[in-house]
Design a protein around this ligand. Structure first.
Ligand SMILES: [Zn+2]
Length: 257
């Protein structure tokens, strides 16, 4: 994989934002494979398709690409995206794209990750302030993706610090992590909230420690009055999918989380 951009394409463009878009999109079209099925390239979707930039011709998976000039393998900031309402509608219909987040610097890609679609919950999407009355698109409400709220293990590396990983390993990792896909937005929310608690604990942890999050989870899920049972159910799910191990009664160990 050649990580350099084709800078000759920048000729004729004046705005830095336009140049960045042209170069990153061209690089992506020439180099990116489908991290789900391994198809050698993915196609650009029709322009202006809502929350969907790319599509795999083989498995029909949808993707969006977000790129930023930065030389870092950390993805913890806010990323601007399109219309808030469209994003929430897509997420809640479970028909949302997975997202690529690219970092580039000095006209080459240094870091690239893919976040499977099951990690996008309303909790990860923040509404931006509507544009002022004087603006061209007054009242327009965009959104931010809060990468801080996405679990670290869900940020699957494709290029890390200037080195492209083996596509087979990327696909394997994607499909392992994507096994956490659930079939309702409510269970997706529960899983992500419990995962974010698990992430804050050490490699081995106890059920008692998990119960310390009952109040916090209760604020997020005010209509549920059996939070402890919900926590146990999510831990069971994570065990069935091979992300944690039950060592002894009430004791857990993380596996690759
Ligand atoms: Zn595919």
């Amino acid at each position: 994989m050649d990580l350099r951009f084709n800078t000759s394409l920048a000729e004729g463009y004046k705005s830095a934002a336009q140049i960045a878009r042209v170069l990153t999109e061209d690089w992506f079209a020439r180099n990116m494979y489908c991290p789900i099925c391994g198809e050698l390239s993915i196609k650009r979707a029709e322009p202006n398709a809502p929350v969907k930039d790319y599509i795999c011709g083989n498995c029909k998976s949808q993707y969006e690409l977000k790129s930023k000039k930065e030389n870092s393998d950390r993805y913890t900031t806010k990323v601007n995206d399109g219309v808030y309402r469209t994003m929430i509608e897509r997420i809640t219909s479970l028909d949302n794209p997975s997202f690529f987040f690219m970092h580039y610097d000095c006209y080459e890609v240094n870091n690239l990750i893919i976040v499977p679609k099951c990690f996008f919950t309303p909790n990860v999407i923040e509404k931006r302030k509507p544009l002022d009355a004087g603006a061209k698109r007054a009242g327009w409400e965009g959104c931010n993706i809060l990468l801080n709220n996405v679990p670290e293990f869900a940020k699957i590396p494709i290029i890390k610090n200037g080195i492209a990983l083996n596509p087979k390993d990327v696909c394997k990792q994607y499909n392992h992590v994507f096994s956490l896909q659930t079939n309702s937005i409510e269970s997706r929310g529960w899983l992500m909230d419990v995962l974010s608690c698990v992430e804050r604990l050490d490699e081995t942890f106890t059920l008692k420690q998990m119960y310390d999050f009952v109040n916090e989870l209760g604020v997020k899920h005010p209509n549920n009055n059996n939070i402890e049972a919900k926590i146990r159910q999510q831990l069971q799910f994570l065990r069935d999918k091979g992300f944690i191990d039950f060592t002894t009664r009430g004791n857990y160990k993380k596996i690759g989380l």
